[in-house]
Design a protein around this ligand. Structure first.
Ligand code: ATP
Ligand code: MG
Length: 587
């Protein structure tokens, strides 16, 4: 790649529409250009990096025996109709019609197509296990395309799918993919964390995400300060405290608490009217009951009550994460009035649950465990129950992980550790789909006994174009991009610095030697008005790991080698420079 002819224009100024550093630098260094919002063109330098990332992914997928195929991006509606995703995706996909009026979509992900392909070709347990993958362009009409390649509307994904006869087989396929992902992300050389992605509490299947640690990330997760636990906020499972004895607890008693419909007003009232001997009352001593309405996929609506400590809020995303695909809405006035036994501000367990006066389904936060004592609504205006003991005075229909997760919360995985939140970019996702797609599309095989069984599947994605941006984001510095060697667009960036013919001759010879030895070179051979300063700035911006300057030193037979990351410089004899550089770039 000669800078004199390379299809690149570096920019000195930051583009105004680029909000994150990787996006700015990929534009400025001439790796990509914007074609439309969330849609980018790859230039030669960018394409080199992209191909290297793809290469690493292919090697690791091939190594676990996955076979590469390639699907079209333009897909018919019917398979997506069969799994209901044509509807579920809503505005999230690009839809189009052919000249006959038939519906098509641009594939956002390919579970349906892979399932149908395997159904088309395979019919026996002997054909399985099978893993197929592709590296392919995906389309999603993202509500907020952002940060360049990080969230595009057209982007490149490696997606693979595993097919097994039974759960044990799926577990093996899942583990193989997970191991391959660890190798891929280790080789890509950035800082990542594997987080638990679904709680599984309500029968959700196993799923983990690979997140790149990055302040610009859109995903919030929590990690333990003491052990290696990490999970999506939605997937955090609060450890239920051990049951405590309530032998010494007084009988529950109803008290007048006029004008206390909120937790704050209740706590103030308790502290003035019923002061505790040991410590003041706090919000965490109260049991708050929140009412929501569940919207089931078939359109039916169901009220639900959630009981949680008064110092916690219901986290809508966590709640929906447990109930997917059910949607959750706050209970509005009209709905509320349908349940006359509910007294706003004073709702207690007496009205809730299977045996409660309203018979609304009632689920508790795991912290409201056997033997814990609460102040809660007495289902009469201006009155609360005190010393109401869970398990003795009330029970619910189950527990639910709906309370917000906070920094400092106890770690569910170890003793004494606490959680802290962090931000990341989702780079990959491994997911046990189970039989959902195979069932909707009727993918069955004959088992050993000649009986038809539904195949169980896994789905595994890596954001390939997103990885380019995420690695850039993780490695860049104030002066430019700074690629890890394995995915840099070249091994060495040679700058011919000076006007003398001798400099250019020496540089040409060095480059010829390097290329002959199989080293990828960007050669800044630009002559004329381009100053060495401009060439150095471009080299730093482009971010090839080793920068070689052939300049005035050639009269003494010397060149300068600089490490782009550390900035360390060393002189090298021109004689034998090819071998020395080869050693450097091959490690
Ligand atoms: P996100 O939560 O970031 O929207 P997702 O969970 O919808 O991602 P998946 O369906 O799991 O994404 O897709 C697999 C991988 O594809 C993701 O882990 C991510 O790396 C990548 N990816 C998803 N959406 C985009 C996008 N709009 N632009 C670039 N890469 C994407
Ligand atoms: Mg995902």
């Amino acid at each position: 790649m000669r800078m004199s002819t390379l299809f690149v224009r570096t920019l000195r100024e930051d583009p105004s529409d680029a909000e994150v550093p990787s996006h700015r630098l990929l534009l400025r260094a001439g790796y990509i250009r914007r074609a439309a919002p969330g849609i980018y063109t790859w230039l030669p330098l960018g394409l080199k990096v992209l191909r290297k990332v793809e290469g690493i992914i292919r090697e690791e997928m091939d190594a676990i025996g996955a076979q590469e195929v390639s699907f079209p991006a333009l897909l018919p509606r019917e398979p997506y109709e069969a799994t209901n995703r044509w509807t579920e995706y809503g505005d999230g996909i690009f839809r189009l019609k052919d000249r006959k009026g038939a519906d098509y979509l641009l594939g956002p992900t390919h579970e349906e197509m892979f399932t149908l392909l395997v159904k088309d070709m395979y019919g026996s347990y002997k054909d399985l296990p099978l893993s197929l993958y592709q590296v392919q362009t995906k389309y999603r009409d993202e509500a907020r395309p952002r940060a360049g390649l990080l969230r595009g509307r057209e982007f490149i994904m490696k997606d693979s799918y595993s097919f097994d006869v039974d759960d044990a087989g799926l577990e093996v396929s899942y583990q193989k993919h997970r191991d391959a992902y660890v190798r891929i992300f280790d080789r890509l050389g950035f800082d990542y964390v594997i987080v638990k992605a679904t709680a599984g509490a309500m029968g959700g299947s196993k799923s983990e995400e690979f997140l790149a640690n990055a302040a610009v990330g859109e995903d919030t997760y929590v990690r333990c300060t003491a052990c290696d636990y990490a999970a999506n906020v939605e997937a955090v499972q609060v450890p239920a405290p051990a049951a405590v004895s309530y032998d010494d607890a007084p009988a529950a008693h109803v008290e007048d608490t006029p004008g206390t419909p909120t937790i704050d007003s209740l706590v103030d009232h308790l502290n003035s009217a019923f002061p505790r001997a040991d410590r003041p009352w706090a919000a965490g001593d109260t049991l708050k009951n929140v009412l929501v309405v569940l919207k089931h996929p078939d359109g039916t609506r169901e009220p639900l009550a959630i009981g949680l400590p008064g110092d916690r809020e219901v986290d809508q995303k966590r709640l929906e994460g447990q109930l997917e695909p059910i949607e959750v809405e706050a209970m509005d006035e009209a709905e509320f009035r349908k349940h006359p036994s509910l007294v706003k501000g004073y709702i207690g367990p007496g009205a809730l649950g299977e045996e409660g006066t309203s018979a609304i389904r009632y689920l508790l936060d795991p912290r409201v465990s056997e033997g814990t004592r609460w102040v809660t609504g007495a289902d009469e205006p201006g009155r609360h129950v005190v010393d109401l003991v869970a398990g003795r005075d009330f029970t619910a229909d189950g527990t639910i992980e709906a309370a917000d997760v906070r920094d400092g919360d106890a770690c569910p995985n170890c003793d004494g550790g606490t959680l802290e939140s962090a931000r990341g970019i989702e780079m990959g996702h491994v997911f046990q789909l189970g039989r959902k797609y195979a069932e909707s599309l009727d993918l069955k095989v004959l088992d050993e006994n000649g009986k038809l069984v539904t195949v169980t599947m896994g789905s595994y994605g890596v954001g390939v174009s997103r990885a380019v941006a995420a690695i850039a984001e993780d490695t860049l510095d104030e002066i430019g991009l700074c690629w890890p060697r394995e995915i840099a667009p070249a091994d060495v960036h040679v700058v011919a610095a000076g006007k003398d013919a001798a400099v250019f001759e020496a540089a040409e010879q060095l480059v010829a030697g390097l290329v002959a030895a199989g080293v990828d070179v960007v050669f800044d051979d630009r002559a004329g008005k381009i100053s060495p300063g401009v060439k150095f700035k471009d080299a730093e911006l482009i971010g090839v790991p080793t920068i070689v300057t052939v300049g005035r030193g050639v009269v003494d037979g010397l060149i300068e080698v600089k490490d782009r990351r550390t900035g360390e410089k060393q002189e090298l004899a021109l004689d034998g420079a090819v071998e020395a550089l080869l050693g450097l770039v091959r490690g």
